[in-house]
Design a binder for this molecule. Structure first.
Ligand SMILES: Nc1ncnc2c1ncn2[C@@H]1O[C@H](COP(=O)(O)OP(=O)(O)O)[C@@H](O)[C@H]1O
Ligand SMILES: [Mg+2]
Length: 488
């Protein structure tokens, strides 16, 4: 039983590219951000925590299961840690991560009830828009000299886009990108006249693809239209039609505790907006959403390949149906993570689009090569870095009225300070940038802070977080560490 439990934990942590440092008894210690850094470690850690609980719940409901029900308590904390060289195993591994963060995580775990994920305030703040939390009040934790506010993760919030989830309500004003904005508006107008358009926006992570997309959504907010948002996920690159399933569940208004029959009713209502013929599409889409539609609609009695083709046809038909009543803006975010079936669906949409008042706006990183470029209805925008003047405006926008000393501004936007070009910086965001400090020798890597100087021993006394700009106050100097926009 313990082995099954450990297997579930390992699988969930691995799925979000965390690192299982060790198991002790029935406990487990995992790191996110080490040894591999991502820009969204806190979100990954919380997703992994929730999935462990889901995994245990489905294990408990297995019919053939023997023995007791399993439950877990999960604590997550975020902060800088010092990582020694992880060599050997057992006790030496355990002492490899030094800092108060692992201690806080362990203590929060102890505060949790079975089947709860409890996180620290720092963790919650970094993943604020993506999950729903309940304030568990201040806790005095053993070994921590100040009270720590604990937050219970109630569940995931479904925004339809990573950008919206990360922003919450706040969004810095759009800087520059006038030409790109104009082009998007022109394509939208052409789509309104009935000749549908596809615009592909490409660029590196953090360059501003989603911000530009948001700009168009904002501009046409007051016009009569329907907006459909699809978000591809790095965690579901091979799960067929993942972004579509997600969008359908959101659009239908499925709540986690809805009964299956209620979900089917809601799906029918949704389909009613685009077609008069409900039964055939409902049967296929119920199947797609893993809802029990057999009793209501009968078996889907075709081969799996035919079923896929019919499902794609139903989805295209649904879009055409919506387009008959109103213009539609379809936003597909992060196509580099799209599963093959979603790309097949897009092939079909791109083919049909010249005949319907629909604009498909898709974003992707440069390594993804869409198959459609070259078609008359398709245009591409490749985003490059903002010029220095716009960078200053952007930083000031993010700082939200905070006036930054010129030398600080200069440090942030100067090309010399392009932190990510440093060879030892493997991450793309602030939370996981490693710093190598030569002294003292035993402590080789400080995790959670970006590179500053290969020869300095960093003693951050305080970390202030204001907007997206992070500072470390180190001895007498105030050093800007990183600003998330445009990865500078
Ligand atoms: N031109 C811009 N004006 C204002 N903010 C921007 C601009 N470009 C990027 N940003 C901000 O930079 C961050 C990263 O941009 P985002 O659009 O999420 O990047 P991408 O989608 O290309 O990964 C976001 O906080 C975004 O609001
Ligand atoms: Mg984006």
């Amino acid at each position: 039983m313990i082995l099954t439990y450990q297997e579930i934990c390992t699988r969930c942590v691995a799925r979000y590219e965390g690192y299982v440092a060790r198991f002790f008894g029935d406990g487990m210690l995992a790191y996110f951000g080490y040894p591999r850094a991502h820009e969204d470690e806190t979100q990954r850690a919380i997703h992994a925590g929730l999935e462990i609980l889901d995994g245990l719940a489905s294990l408990n409901s297995d019919e053939g299961k023997e023995g007791e029900n399993l439950a877990a308590r999960i604590g997550i904390a975020t902060g800088p840690v010092v990582v020694g060289d992880i060599i050997g195993d057992g006790a030496s591994q355990e002492s490899a991560v030094i800092g108060e963060t692992p201690n806080i995580a362990a203590r929060l775990q102890a505060c949790a009830e079975p089947n709860q994920v409890i996180v620290s305030a720092a963790t919650k703040n970094l993943a604020a828009g993506e999950f729903d939390y309940r304030d568990m009040g201040e806790q005095s934790l053993k070994g921590v000299d100040r009270p720590v506010t604990a937050w219970l993760v109630v569940g995931e919030l479904d925004h339809g886009s990573r950008f919206d989830a990360a922003r919450g309500q706040q969004i810095a004003p759009l800087v520059g990108r006038d030409e790109e904005q104009d082009m998007l508006v022109r394509r939208w107008q052409r789509a309104l006249s009935g000749s549908g358009q596809v615009v592909m926006v490409s660029g590196e992570a953090g360059i501003g693809k989603s911000r530009l997309t948001h700009g168009l959504r904002d501009q046409i907010r007051d016009q009569r239209h329907i907006e459909l948002n699809y978000q591809c996920s790095p965690f579901h690159v091979s799960s067929a039609l993942y972004p579509v399933i997600n969008q359908l569940e959101r659009a239908a208004g499925h709540a986690p505790d809805d009964a299956p029959e209620t979900k089917l009713d809601k799906l029918e209502q949704l389909l009613g907006q685009s077609t008069d013929e409900i039964e055939f599409p409902s049967r296929l889409l119920a199947e797609l959403l893993s809802l029990p539609g057999k009793r209501r609609y009968g078996e889907v009695d075709v081969s799996p390949i035919q079923q896929k083709d019919q499902t794609l046809q139903v989805l295209v038909r649904q879009l055409e149906g919506l387009g008959e009543s109103q213009p539609v803006l379809v936003v597909f975010e992060d196509l580099h993570w799209a599963d093959p079936t979603t790309l097949e669906l897009l092939d079909l949409i791109v083919e049909q689009i010249p005949r319907i008042p629909v604009m498909l706006l898709a974003t992707h990183r440069p390594d993804f090569r869409p198959a459609w470029t070259g078609e008359a209805q398709v245009s591409s925008i490749s985003l490059s870095k903002l010029d220095p003047g716009n960078c200053s405006a952007l930083v000031e926008g993010v700082a939200g009225g905070l006036s930054l000393p010129p030398e600080v501004l200069d440090e942030i936007i100067s090309p010399r300070r392009d932190l990510l070009r440093k060879p030892s910086c493997t991450g793309t965001g602030l939370q996981g940038l490693p710093v190598r400090a030569r002294r003292p020798k035993r402590l080789t890597t400080i995790w959670g802070l970006p590179w500053m100087d290969s020869n300095s021993y960093l003693r951050p006394t305080r970390i202030d977080i204001c907007g997206s700009i992070f500072w470390v106050k180190e001895s007498r100097r105030l050093l800007p560490l990183a600003v998330t926009p445009a990865r500078k």
